[in-house]
Every structure is written in C-alpha cells, then in structure tokens.
Design a protein around this ligand. Structure first.
Ligand SMILES: Cc1cc2nc3c(=O)[nH]c(=O)nc-3n(C[C@H](O)[C@H](O)[C@H](O)COP(=O)(O)OP(=O)(O)OC[C@H]3O[C@@H](n4cnc5c(N)ncnc54)[C@H](O)[C@@H]3O)c2cc1C
Ligand code: FES
Length: 370
C-alpha cells in the first residue's frame, strides 16, 4: 500500500433528497427477493415514499413482524452498502425451527410490508484511518463484511481487504460469485473461502476444514498488521478469538459481532459472576415475578433483569444485550426499573410500561409479563 487511504464515512443524505424516518412512515416494502444459496435469501426493501437511507456499512436494523397473531422483533444486518441509498437489503439464513427466518423465506414476497427502525450498531470500519483489514466470517455472519466490501468496491477505495469466509460446503458460500467478481476487478479485495466438505455436485478444491492458525498464516501472513472484523456462529467466533489471542494479536484491533441469541459474551459472563458474588454481600435484593413462566427470582441491586432471569434459567429473547435492538422488550406490569438503553425502545413504549430487560436494573420489586 503506497498511500494512506482512510476509510471514508459516507456522509448524510445529500441536500435535495429526503432521509427515511420511521417516525414519518415505519413501513418498508419488499421490492425483490433473491435466492443466494439453498437456505439463504436476500430481501430488498425500500421506503414507500421517495426517501433515502442513512447508515454506515456494518449496521443492522430491527424489524417487527406479525406472525400468526404474534408480534416478533428480530435484527438483520444491512448487507447492501450505503453507497446505494434507495434500498436496503437484508440477507437471511433459514434457521431450522426459527419463527422469523422461516416466515421470511416462505411468506415474505415483493409487495409485502414490514415495520423497521433506523439503522443502528457500531460494528463498522466507518471513520477508521486504517488501510489494511481482515474480515473473518462464517455462515450468515458474512453480511456486515459484505456491506463494507461492496462500499469499498463502489467507491474504488484503496483499502486492502483480506476476506476469509468459512462455509460448510461450496453450496453454502453466500455471495460467492459477487465476491469473486469484485476480487477480479479490484485487486485490493481478496476473497478466500474455506469449506468443511464437498457439495453433492462440487468437489471442493480450495482450503478444507475449519479456520485455524496454520490456514490463517498461509492465506494472510500479515494478519497482525490488520484491523480484524469477525462475525459468525458462536463457535466460529470463539475459535477466531482464541487463535488470535494465542498468536499475540493486539486485541484492541479486533471487532466482533454476534448474531446468536444463545451465546454469552465473555464480558457478560464476567458481569453475571460479579453480580452473583454481590448476592452474598450486604446488597439489596429485589423480587422479580415472571408471570408467564410462573417464577419469582431474586435480583441483587445492580444486576440487570436479564441477568437475573438467565441465572434462574428463564429464557428471555435477546440479541445485542446493549439496549439497541429491542429484542428483549417486555412489559413491566408493576414496579420501576432504571433503564439505560441505546435507542432500542421508543418513548411511547416506555410510557406504556415497556422496558428492555438487558439494560434495566430494578429499583423496586417487579412483575414482568414473561
Ligand atoms: C445485530 C444482529 C444482526 C443480525 N443479522 C443477521 C443477518 O444478517 N442474517 C441472518 O440470517 N441473521 C441475522 N441475525 C439473526 C436474526 O436476528 C435471527 O436471530 C435469525 O434470523 C433467527 O430468527 P428466528 O426467529 O428464525 O429463530 P430464533 O428463534 O431467533 O432462533 C432459533 C435458534 O437459532 C439460532 N440462530 C439465530 N440466528 C442464527 C443464524 N443466523 N445462524 C444460525 N443460528 C442462528 C439462535 O441462537 C437460536 O438458538 C442477526 C442478529 C443480530 C442480533
Ligand atoms: S437484547 Fe437488544 S435491546 Fe435488549
């Protein structure tokens, strides 16, 4: 790399255009559905009126679905780049038994409507001054990296992108053709795929197995000089993190995002351990009654409702654990919480007694509709 080429933040919607604001119209219309692999589809969404989206690559949106009379929220990363502002695309993997991903695959068609909130999240290279990146993705975790790579391609950025994607088989590689095409046309973009096994109609001739230090050093010998973004299933991210730590990588240059509801971050586990310890000391303990599960659990002062629920084995859906996505939104029918959210709930919902359990700490005993 001969010249410093900072990653540009794509600026606000230019004058003369109107930004899409969910307060004005929270519905997006499906314009197209594209089949990426046998179990992954891309849905192209647009505002109903002439509006443009403002976001940075790597961000996600929270969507609200009405499925069989139930309202369910889920987050999806925007897989399209912010250089194409008229639409946003989400790329969804069908999760066996999952209510939303299957409904999207089976029922969501061009013309269908979905409620959405503004793009959120900090998993992005926007504003970074670095020029060398390593993207490590597994399965549907490819989406934020794809948004960044598409933006780099559209803007002809001189950003050195080593993009390693792990898939089960060649048939499972999402965006294979597009990544190969971008790589052929822009030599700064270098995709490599690793597959665990062959497909019925393709014998895999590339790297085989799972990502490990040996493979990483072969594909990207200068990985220690790069900023690394990782997204994928929990075991994939854990393996990537462990191998980089063991290799002495400077973890301040490591960024990860989890899509997995059931995965606990190490940080969250430490917080739970600390709060659990606090129970034995002289702190106030609140009673939390979960009406749907018929359980009452103890929550020491300073612990979030979510942590207390999980400690007691009560499953509360969650994604970001940071008050951003709205997935853990629940009705608190009695009592008060101290909630420090990051935009995942609207004031009118707070006024109606809703709270995000991942970032709410009780200040009284509570009754929660879960
Ligand atoms: C910030 C963020 C961004 C996300 N972006 C995407 C995206 O770009 N594409 C995408 O397909 N999903 C993405 N997800 C996951 C998505 O929100 C849903 O969890 C997923 O579609 C499954 O929903 P469901 O209702 O079908 O199943 P759920 O009932 O939500 O999940 C069923 C089970 O599958 C696991 N699971 C959830 N998502 C996945 C997955 N993608 N692959 C494998 N196992 C999974 C869950 O941990 C759970 O055990 C994202 C999640 C977050 C928090
Ligand atoms: S899990 Fe995202 S807001 Fe609580």
């Amino acid at each position: 790399m001969d010249a410093a080429a900072p990653t540009p933040a794509i600026g606000p919607v230019p004058t003369g255009y109107f930004r899409w604001e969910p307060e004005e119209d929270e519905f997006l219309i499906c314009r197209a559905v594209r089949e990426e692999t046998h179990d992954v589809k891309t849905f192209v969404l647009a505002p109903r009126h002439e509006r443009q989206f403002e976001f940075v690559s790597g961000q996600f949106m929270t969507f609200e679905f009405e499925i069989n009379g139930e309202t369910i929220q889920r987050c999806y990363t925007i897989s399209s780049p912010p250089t194409r502002r008229d639409t946003v695309s989400i790329t969804v993997k069908r999760v066996p038994g999952g209510p939303v991903s299957n409904w999207l695959h089976d029922e969501f068609k061009p013309g269908s409507l979905v409620k959405a909130t503004v793009p959120m999240g900090e998993f992005s290279w926007s504003g970074m001054q670095d020029t060398k990146y390593l993207f490590l993705s597994g399965g549907s975790g490819i989406t934020p990296m794809m948004a960044m790579t598409r933006a780099a391609y559209d803007l002809a950025m001189i950003s050195d992108i080593e993009f390693i994607h792990a898939a089960r088989s060649p048939d499972d590689i999402v965006f294979r053709d597009e990544l190969e095409l971008m790589g052929r046309r822009n030599h700064w973009i270098k995709p490599t795929f690793i597959c665990e096994r062959d497909s019925p109609f393709e014998c895999w001739s590339g790297l085989r197995g799972r990502l490990d230090r040996g493979k990483l050093e072969v594909i990207c010998p200068d990985y220690k000089e790069r900023v690394i973004f990782v997204c994928g299933p929990a075991p994939f991210m854990k393996a990537a993190r462990t191998l980089l730590k063991e290799a002495g990588f400077d973890m301040s240059r490591y960024h990860q995002e989890s899509f997995n509801f059931d995965s606990f971050t190490e940080e969250a586990q430490e917080q739970i351990a600390e709060a659990t310890e606090a129970i034995t000391t002289d702190v106030k303990v609140y009673q939390l009654e979960f009406t749907k599960s018929g359980r009452t659990v103890e929550c020491p002062e300073g612990m979030t409702v979510m942590e207390a629920a999980r400690r007691a084995g009560i499953r509360v859906p969650s994604s970001c654990s940071k008050g951003l996505c709205g997935t853990c939104k629940s009705k608190v029918t009695s009592g008060k919480v101290d909630m420090k959210h990051g935009g995942g709930i609207r004031q009118r919902e707070v006024d109606a007694g809703m709270a995000l359990l991942c970032c709410s700490k009780p200040v009284t005993d509570l009754v929660i509709d879960r």
